[in-house]
Design a protein around this ligand. Structure first.
Ligand SMILES: Cc1ncc(COP(=O)(O)O)c(C=O)c1O
Length: 416
Protein backbone atom coordinates (compact mmCIF):
# COMPACT_ATOMS: atom_id res chain seq x y z
CA UNK A 1 0.00 0.00 0.00
CA UNK A 2 1.37 3.45 -0.86
CA UNK A 3 1.80 6.08 1.84
CA UNK A 4 -1.02 8.13 0.32
CA UNK A 5 -3.40 5.18 0.34
CA UNK A 6 -2.36 4.39 3.90
CA UNK A 7 -3.00 7.93 5.10
CA UNK A 8 -6.43 8.20 3.44
CA UNK A 9 -7.70 4.75 4.47
CA UNK A 10 -10.38 5.04 7.14
CA UNK A 11 -8.98 4.28 10.58
CA UNK A 12 -10.31 1.17 12.25
CA UNK A 13 -10.89 0.83 15.93
CA UNK A 14 -8.51 -1.45 17.85
CA UNK A 15 -11.14 -2.63 20.30
CA UNK A 16 -8.67 -4.52 22.50
CA UNK A 17 -6.51 -1.41 22.90
CA UNK A 18 -9.62 0.72 23.48
CA UNK A 19 -10.98 -1.64 26.15
CA UNK A 20 -7.63 -1.55 27.99
CA UNK A 21 -8.28 2.14 28.71
CA UNK A 22 -11.54 1.64 30.66
CA UNK A 23 -11.20 1.02 34.42
CA UNK A 24 -14.70 -0.53 34.67
CA UNK A 25 -13.43 -3.45 32.57
CA UNK A 26 -10.84 -4.22 35.27
CA UNK A 27 -13.59 -5.17 37.72
CA UNK A 28 -13.65 -8.90 38.52
CA UNK A 29 -17.32 -9.49 37.62
CA UNK A 30 -16.82 -9.35 33.85
CA UNK A 31 -19.33 -6.59 33.29
CA UNK A 32 -20.98 -6.45 29.86
CA UNK A 33 -21.95 -2.80 29.56
CA UNK A 34 -24.67 -2.40 26.94
CA UNK A 35 -26.04 0.89 28.26
CA UNK A 36 -23.88 3.51 26.53
CA UNK A 37 -27.03 5.09 25.10
CA UNK A 38 -27.98 6.10 28.66
CA UNK A 39 -24.46 7.19 29.59
CA UNK A 40 -21.04 6.09 28.40
CA UNK A 41 -18.27 4.75 30.64
CA UNK A 42 -15.17 6.93 30.95
CA UNK A 43 -11.70 6.02 29.66
CA UNK A 44 -8.64 6.73 31.77
CA UNK A 45 -7.30 9.66 29.65
CA UNK A 46 -10.54 11.59 30.27
CA UNK A 47 -10.44 10.88 34.02
CA UNK A 48 -6.72 11.76 34.13
CA UNK A 49 -7.25 15.05 32.29
CA UNK A 50 -9.92 16.08 34.82
CA UNK A 51 -7.75 15.01 37.76
CA UNK A 52 -4.72 16.89 36.44
CA UNK A 53 -6.61 20.09 35.56
CA UNK A 54 -8.76 20.02 38.71
CA UNK A 55 -5.74 19.33 40.91
CA UNK A 56 -2.99 21.49 39.43
CA UNK A 57 -4.42 24.17 37.09
CA UNK A 58 -7.75 25.02 38.64
CA UNK A 59 -9.35 28.35 39.55
CA UNK A 60 -12.57 30.10 38.59
CA UNK A 61 -12.51 31.42 35.01
CA UNK A 62 -12.73 34.84 33.38
CA UNK A 63 -12.32 36.77 36.63
CA UNK A 64 -8.78 36.40 37.99
CA UNK A 65 -5.23 37.45 37.07
CA UNK A 66 -3.18 35.13 39.27
CA UNK A 67 -1.21 32.20 37.85
CA UNK A 68 -3.87 29.55 38.42
CA UNK A 69 -6.63 31.83 37.10
CA UNK A 70 -4.68 32.41 33.91
CA UNK A 71 -4.04 28.68 33.47
CA UNK A 72 -7.71 27.91 34.15
CA UNK A 73 -8.80 30.52 31.59
CA UNK A 74 -6.48 28.99 29.01
CA UNK A 75 -7.70 25.47 29.77
CA UNK A 76 -11.38 26.41 29.63
CA UNK A 77 -11.10 28.50 26.46
CA UNK A 78 -9.03 25.81 24.74
CA UNK A 79 -11.63 23.23 25.79
CA UNK A 80 -14.41 25.22 24.11
CA UNK A 81 -12.36 25.44 20.92
CA UNK A 82 -11.72 21.68 20.92
CA UNK A 83 -15.37 20.87 21.60
CA UNK A 84 -16.53 23.22 18.82
CA UNK A 85 -14.04 21.85 16.30
CA UNK A 86 -15.04 18.25 17.08
CA UNK A 87 -18.45 18.89 15.48
CA UNK A 88 -17.42 21.44 12.84
CA UNK A 89 -18.57 24.49 14.78
CA UNK A 90 -16.75 27.60 16.05
CA UNK A 91 -16.17 28.80 19.64
CA UNK A 92 -18.30 31.91 19.01
CA UNK A 93 -21.31 29.68 18.23
CA UNK A 94 -20.73 27.17 21.05
CA UNK A 95 -22.52 27.71 24.35
CA UNK A 96 -21.53 25.53 27.30
CA UNK A 97 -24.57 24.34 29.25
CA UNK A 98 -25.33 21.59 31.78
CA UNK A 99 -26.87 19.03 29.41
CA UNK A 100 -28.72 18.75 26.12
CA UNK A 101 -31.91 19.05 28.18
CA UNK A 102 -30.75 22.50 29.27
CA UNK A 103 -29.68 23.35 25.70
CA UNK A 104 -33.19 22.69 24.37
CA UNK A 105 -34.84 24.55 27.25
CA UNK A 106 -32.52 27.49 26.57
CA UNK A 107 -33.68 27.68 22.94
CA UNK A 108 -37.35 27.29 23.92
CA UNK A 109 -37.16 29.97 26.59
CA UNK A 110 -35.08 32.52 24.69
CA UNK A 111 -35.49 32.20 20.93
CA UNK A 112 -38.88 30.50 21.38
CA UNK A 113 -40.20 33.11 23.79
CA UNK A 114 -39.51 35.92 21.32
CA UNK A 115 -40.21 34.20 18.00
CA UNK A 116 -43.18 31.90 18.60
CA UNK A 117 -46.60 33.45 19.08
CA UNK A 118 -50.30 32.70 19.00
CA UNK A 119 -51.35 30.73 15.93
CA UNK A 120 -47.78 29.71 15.08
CA UNK A 121 -46.82 26.06 14.70
CA UNK A 122 -43.96 23.95 16.04
CA UNK A 123 -43.26 20.61 14.36
CA UNK A 124 -41.55 17.74 16.17
CA UNK A 125 -41.61 13.96 15.69
CA UNK A 126 -43.30 11.19 17.64
CA UNK A 127 -39.89 9.67 18.39
CA UNK A 128 -38.53 12.56 20.49
CA UNK A 129 -36.95 12.05 23.90
CA UNK A 130 -38.94 14.00 26.51
CA UNK A 131 -36.07 16.54 26.47
CA UNK A 132 -37.01 17.53 22.92
CA UNK A 133 -40.76 17.28 23.46
CA UNK A 134 -41.81 18.76 26.81
CA UNK A 135 -40.06 22.16 26.32
CA UNK A 136 -41.88 22.63 22.96
CA UNK A 137 -45.17 21.38 24.34
CA UNK A 138 -44.93 23.84 27.22
CA UNK A 139 -43.88 26.70 24.94
CA UNK A 140 -46.86 25.96 22.69
CA UNK A 141 -49.19 25.99 25.71
CA UNK A 142 -47.75 29.29 26.98
CA UNK A 143 -47.94 30.98 23.59
CA UNK A 144 -51.17 29.57 22.17
CA UNK A 145 -49.17 27.90 19.40
CA UNK A 146 -49.91 24.46 17.91
CA UNK A 147 -47.57 21.48 18.31
CA UNK A 148 -47.66 19.11 15.33
CA UNK A 149 -46.14 15.62 15.25
CA UNK A 150 -44.44 13.88 12.34
CA UNK A 151 -45.66 10.30 12.63
CA UNK A 152 -43.40 7.29 12.85
CA UNK A 153 -44.11 4.43 10.41
CA UNK A 154 -43.84 0.66 11.06
CA UNK A 155 -40.06 0.79 10.54
CA UNK A 156 -39.57 3.81 12.79
CA UNK A 157 -39.13 6.40 10.04
CA UNK A 158 -40.74 9.77 9.45
CA UNK A 159 -42.24 10.85 6.12
CA UNK A 160 -40.79 14.04 4.66
CA UNK A 161 -43.99 14.41 2.64
CA UNK A 162 -45.83 14.94 5.93
CA UNK A 163 -43.22 17.57 6.87
CA UNK A 164 -43.84 19.35 3.55
CA UNK A 165 -47.57 19.25 4.28
CA UNK A 166 -47.04 20.94 7.66
CA UNK A 167 -44.60 23.49 6.24
CA UNK A 168 -47.10 24.43 3.52
CA UNK A 169 -49.26 26.20 6.13
CA UNK A 170 -46.61 28.95 6.30
CA UNK A 171 -47.12 29.11 10.06
CA UNK A 172 -44.34 26.74 11.16
CA UNK A 173 -41.71 28.65 13.14
CA UNK A 174 -39.62 25.72 14.29
CA UNK A 175 -38.93 22.07 13.44
CA UNK A 176 -37.26 20.11 16.28
CA UNK A 177 -35.95 16.63 15.60
CA UNK A 178 -33.64 13.98 17.03
CA UNK A 179 -30.60 13.31 14.85
CA UNK A 180 -30.65 9.68 16.06
CA UNK A 181 -33.58 8.26 18.04
CA UNK A 182 -32.69 6.90 21.49
CA UNK A 183 -35.34 4.15 21.19
CA UNK A 184 -35.79 3.29 17.51
CA UNK A 185 -32.22 4.04 16.54
CA UNK A 186 -33.57 5.84 13.47
CA UNK A 187 -31.05 8.15 11.83
CA UNK A 188 -33.13 11.09 10.64
CA UNK A 189 -32.26 12.91 7.38
CA UNK A 190 -31.36 16.11 9.19
CA UNK A 191 -29.70 17.98 6.30
CA UNK A 192 -32.79 17.45 4.13
CA UNK A 193 -35.11 18.46 6.99
CA UNK A 194 -33.07 21.67 7.40
CA UNK A 195 -33.21 22.37 3.65
CA UNK A 196 -36.98 21.97 3.44
CA UNK A 197 -37.64 23.85 6.67
CA UNK A 198 -35.44 26.78 5.70
CA UNK A 199 -37.19 26.99 2.34
CA UNK A 200 -40.39 27.52 4.36
CA UNK A 201 -38.64 30.06 6.66
CA UNK A 202 -38.79 27.72 9.67
CA UNK A 203 -35.83 27.30 12.05
CA UNK A 204 -34.50 23.86 12.99
CA UNK A 205 -33.35 22.52 16.38
CA UNK A 206 -31.51 19.20 16.29
CA UNK A 207 -31.14 16.98 19.35
CA UNK A 208 -27.75 15.37 18.73
CA UNK A 209 -27.50 13.51 22.06
CA UNK A 210 -27.25 10.08 20.42
CA UNK A 211 -25.59 11.14 17.16
CA UNK A 212 -22.43 12.91 18.32
CA UNK A 213 -21.10 9.87 20.24
CA UNK A 214 -21.78 7.54 17.32
CA UNK A 215 -20.90 9.19 14.02
CA UNK A 216 -19.09 12.12 12.42
CA UNK A 217 -21.22 15.24 12.87
CA UNK A 218 -20.57 18.57 11.16
CA UNK A 219 -23.11 21.04 12.47
CA UNK A 220 -22.08 23.72 9.96
CA UNK A 221 -22.56 21.37 7.00
CA UNK A 222 -25.93 20.24 8.40
CA UNK A 223 -27.01 23.88 8.52
CA UNK A 224 -29.19 23.49 11.63
CA UNK A 225 -29.94 26.73 13.46
CA UNK A 226 -29.60 25.07 16.85
CA UNK A 227 -27.75 21.82 17.56
CA UNK A 228 -27.50 20.42 21.10
CA UNK A 229 -25.62 17.46 22.59
CA UNK A 230 -24.48 16.14 25.91
CA UNK A 231 -21.01 15.30 27.25
CA UNK A 232 -21.63 12.15 29.26
CA UNK A 233 -22.64 10.06 26.25
CA UNK A 234 -19.35 10.92 24.46
CA UNK A 235 -17.18 9.25 27.15
CA UNK A 236 -16.98 12.62 28.90
CA UNK A 237 -18.26 13.80 32.29
CA UNK A 238 -21.81 14.49 33.42
CA UNK A 239 -22.81 18.10 34.11
CA UNK A 240 -21.86 19.47 30.70
CA UNK A 241 -23.79 19.85 27.48
CA UNK A 242 -23.29 21.94 24.38
CA UNK A 243 -25.54 24.17 22.31
CA UNK A 244 -24.42 25.45 18.92
CA UNK A 245 -26.36 28.45 17.69
CA UNK A 246 -25.90 30.11 14.31
CA UNK A 247 -24.15 33.41 14.93
CA UNK A 248 -26.77 35.57 13.21
CA UNK A 249 -29.47 34.24 15.55
CA UNK A 250 -27.53 34.83 18.78
CA UNK A 251 -27.81 38.61 18.64
CA UNK A 252 -31.62 38.60 18.90
CA UNK A 253 -31.92 36.01 21.65
CA UNK A 254 -32.67 37.34 25.15
CA UNK A 255 -30.77 35.86 28.11
CA UNK A 256 -31.71 32.51 29.65
CA UNK A 257 -30.35 32.56 33.21
CA UNK A 258 -29.31 35.92 34.62
CA UNK A 259 -26.57 36.77 37.13
CA UNK A 260 -22.80 37.06 37.07
CA UNK A 261 -20.66 36.84 33.95
CA UNK A 262 -23.48 37.33 31.42
CA UNK A 263 -23.82 41.08 31.90
CA UNK A 264 -22.42 44.23 30.38
CA UNK A 265 -23.35 46.94 32.95
CA UNK A 266 -25.38 46.36 36.13
CA UNK A 267 -27.01 49.21 38.02
CA UNK A 268 -29.41 49.05 40.97
CA UNK A 269 -32.48 49.11 38.72
CA UNK A 270 -31.34 47.95 35.31
CA UNK A 271 -28.83 45.72 33.57
CA UNK A 272 -27.50 45.42 30.06
CA UNK A 273 -26.38 42.06 28.70
CA UNK A 274 -23.08 40.78 27.39
CA UNK A 275 -22.99 39.96 23.70
CA UNK A 276 -22.53 36.64 21.89
CA UNK A 277 -22.35 33.35 23.74
CA UNK A 278 -21.34 35.04 27.00
CA UNK A 279 -24.93 36.22 27.46
CA UNK A 280 -25.97 32.59 27.88
CA UNK A 281 -23.35 31.47 30.37
CA UNK A 282 -24.45 32.93 33.71
CA UNK A 283 -22.42 32.07 36.79
CA UNK A 284 -19.47 29.73 37.18
CA UNK A 285 -19.48 27.33 34.24
CA UNK A 286 -18.65 23.60 34.41
CA UNK A 287 -14.90 24.25 34.16
CA UNK A 288 -13.37 20.87 34.97
CA UNK A 289 -16.18 19.20 33.02
CA UNK A 290 -15.39 21.29 29.93
CA UNK A 291 -11.75 20.20 30.14
CA UNK A 292 -12.97 16.61 30.55
CA UNK A 293 -15.26 16.84 27.53
CA UNK A 294 -12.47 18.31 25.41
CA UNK A 295 -10.26 15.41 26.54
CA UNK A 296 -13.05 13.04 25.47
CA UNK A 297 -13.16 14.66 22.00
CA UNK A 298 -9.38 14.33 21.70
CA UNK A 299 -9.55 10.76 22.95
CA UNK A 300 -12.17 9.76 20.36
CA UNK A 301 -9.91 11.30 17.71
CA UNK A 302 -6.94 9.38 19.13
CA UNK A 303 -8.67 5.99 18.71
CA UNK A 304 -9.48 6.65 15.04
CA UNK A 305 -12.07 9.42 15.18
CA UNK A 306 -15.86 9.38 14.75
CA UNK A 307 -15.65 7.58 11.37
CA UNK A 308 -13.89 4.63 13.00
CA UNK A 309 -16.41 4.68 15.86
CA UNK A 310 -19.25 4.59 13.33
CA UNK A 311 -17.72 1.68 11.38
CA UNK A 312 -17.22 -0.35 14.56
CA UNK A 313 -20.65 0.34 16.00
CA UNK A 314 -22.44 -0.27 12.69
CA UNK A 315 -20.77 -3.66 12.45
CA UNK A 316 -21.71 -4.47 16.08
CA UNK A 317 -25.29 -3.32 15.48
CA UNK A 318 -25.56 -5.47 12.34
CA UNK A 319 -24.32 -8.46 14.33
CA UNK A 320 -26.74 -7.72 17.18
CA UNK A 321 -29.67 -7.47 14.77
CA UNK A 322 -28.74 -10.84 13.24
CA UNK A 323 -28.42 -12.54 16.61
CA UNK A 324 -31.55 -10.96 18.10
CA UNK A 325 -33.51 -12.24 15.08
CA UNK A 326 -32.68 -15.78 16.31
CA UNK A 327 -34.48 -15.21 19.63
CA UNK A 328 -37.98 -16.63 19.53
CA UNK A 329 -40.76 -14.09 20.11
CA UNK A 330 -38.43 -11.09 20.06
CA UNK A 331 -39.27 -7.96 18.07
CA UNK A 332 -36.75 -5.18 17.52
CA UNK A 333 -38.31 -1.76 16.92
CA UNK A 334 -36.94 0.70 14.36
CA UNK A 335 -35.29 0.36 10.93
CA UNK A 336 -34.28 -3.21 10.05
CA UNK A 337 -30.85 -2.35 8.58
CA UNK A 338 -27.86 -1.32 10.73
CA UNK A 339 -26.77 1.31 8.19
CA UNK A 340 -30.03 3.23 8.77
CA UNK A 341 -29.75 3.35 12.52
CA UNK A 342 -27.60 4.27 15.48
CA UNK A 343 -25.84 1.79 17.75
CA UNK A 344 -28.75 0.56 19.82
CA UNK A 345 -31.51 -2.02 19.69
CA UNK A 346 -34.75 -1.73 21.65
CA UNK A 347 -36.90 -4.82 21.71
CA UNK A 348 -39.94 -6.53 23.17
CA UNK A 349 -40.05 -10.21 24.10
CA UNK A 350 -43.45 -11.89 23.85
CA UNK A 351 -44.94 -12.52 27.28
CA UNK A 352 -42.02 -11.00 29.23
CA UNK A 353 -41.96 -7.65 30.97
CA UNK A 354 -38.86 -5.58 30.04
CA UNK A 355 -38.03 -5.06 33.71
CA UNK A 356 -38.00 -8.84 34.29
CA UNK A 357 -35.78 -9.26 31.24
CA UNK A 358 -33.38 -6.55 32.50
CA UNK A 359 -33.32 -8.22 35.93
CA UNK A 360 -32.26 -11.59 34.52
CA UNK A 361 -29.69 -9.91 32.28
CA UNK A 362 -28.35 -8.04 35.33
CA UNK A 363 -27.87 -11.34 37.17
CA UNK A 364 -25.57 -12.27 34.28
CA UNK A 365 -23.75 -8.91 34.53
CA UNK A 366 -25.31 -7.78 31.24
CA UNK A 367 -26.25 -4.12 31.76
CA UNK A 368 -29.19 -2.85 29.70
CA UNK A 369 -32.01 -0.38 30.24
CA UNK A 370 -35.70 -1.25 30.42
CA UNK A 371 -38.76 0.97 30.31
CA UNK A 372 -39.79 3.84 28.10
CA UNK A 373 -36.38 5.53 27.84
CA UNK A 374 -37.88 9.00 28.37
CA UNK A 375 -40.04 8.50 25.27
CA UNK A 376 -43.47 7.68 26.64
CA UNK A 377 -45.52 9.11 23.74
CA UNK A 378 -43.40 7.14 21.25
CA UNK A 379 -44.13 3.85 23.03
CA UNK A 380 -47.82 4.75 22.93
CA UNK A 381 -47.57 5.49 19.20
CA UNK A 382 -45.92 2.16 18.38
CA UNK A 383 -48.30 0.25 20.64
CA UNK A 384 -45.64 -1.28 22.90
CA UNK A 385 -45.84 -0.26 26.57
CA UNK A 386 -42.10 -0.56 27.21
CA UNK A 387 -38.94 -2.03 25.71
CA UNK A 388 -35.57 -3.42 26.73
CA UNK A 389 -32.70 -1.47 25.18
CA UNK A 390 -29.19 -2.74 24.52
CA UNK A 391 -26.99 0.13 23.37
CA UNK A 392 -23.43 -0.12 22.13
CA UNK A 393 -20.21 1.82 22.28
CA UNK A 394 -16.53 1.66 21.43
CA UNK A 395 -15.91 -1.14 23.95
CA UNK A 396 -18.68 -3.44 22.67
CA UNK A 397 -17.58 -6.77 21.21
CA UNK A 398 -19.37 -9.61 19.41
CA UNK A 399 -18.70 -11.79 22.47
CA UNK A 400 -20.69 -9.30 24.55
CA UNK A 401 -23.59 -9.54 22.09
CA UNK A 402 -23.39 -13.33 22.44
CA UNK A 403 -23.56 -12.90 26.23
CA UNK A 404 -26.71 -10.80 25.75
CA UNK A 405 -28.29 -13.51 23.59
CA UNK A 406 -27.41 -16.26 26.11
CA UNK A 407 -28.91 -14.21 28.96
CA UNK A 408 -32.07 -13.61 26.91
CA UNK A 409 -32.38 -17.37 26.42
CA UNK A 410 -32.12 -17.78 30.20
CA UNK A 411 -34.83 -15.15 30.74
CA UNK A 412 -37.05 -17.04 28.32
CA UNK A 413 -36.40 -20.35 30.21
CA UNK A 414 -37.08 -18.82 33.63
CA UNK A 415 -40.32 -17.08 32.71
CA UNK A 416 -41.88 -19.65 30.38
C1 LIG B 1 -32.06 11.58 22.18
C2 LIG B 1 -31.82 12.13 23.55
N1 LIG B 1 -32.13 13.41 23.81
C3 LIG B 1 -31.92 13.95 25.01
C4 LIG B 1 -31.39 13.22 26.04
C5 LIG B 1 -31.20 13.88 27.38
O1 LIG B 1 -29.83 13.96 27.70
P1 LIG B 1 -29.39 14.69 29.07
O2 LIG B 1 -30.06 13.92 30.16
O3 LIG B 1 -27.91 14.56 29.08
O4 LIG B 1 -29.86 16.08 28.99
C6 LIG B 1 -31.07 11.88 25.84
C7 LIG B 1 -30.55 11.06 26.95
O5 LIG B 1 -30.82 9.90 27.08
C8 LIG B 1 -31.28 11.32 24.55
O6 LIG B 1 -30.98 10.05 24.31
Amino acid sequence: MSDVAASTAPATLDVTAVRAQFPYLERPEGIVYLDSGASAQKPRPVLDAMYDFGGSHYANVHRGVHRLAVEADRGYDAARATIAAFVGSTPKETIVVKSVTEAINLVAQTWGATNVGEGDEIVITQMEHHANLVPWQQLAIRKGATLRYLEVDGEGRIDLGQLDGFLASGRVKLVAVAHVSNVLGTRNPVAEIVRRSHAARARVMVDGAQAVPQEPVDVTALGADFYGWTGHKLYGPTGIGVLHVRRDLLADMPPFLTGGDMINIVDFHETSWAGGIQRFEAGTPPIVEAVGLAAACDWVDSIGGPAAVLAHEESITAYALRRLAEVEGLRVVGPPEARDRGALTSFALDGLHPHDVAEILARNEVCVRAGQHCAEPLHRAIGIPATTRASFGVTTTREEIDALIDALAEARRIFS
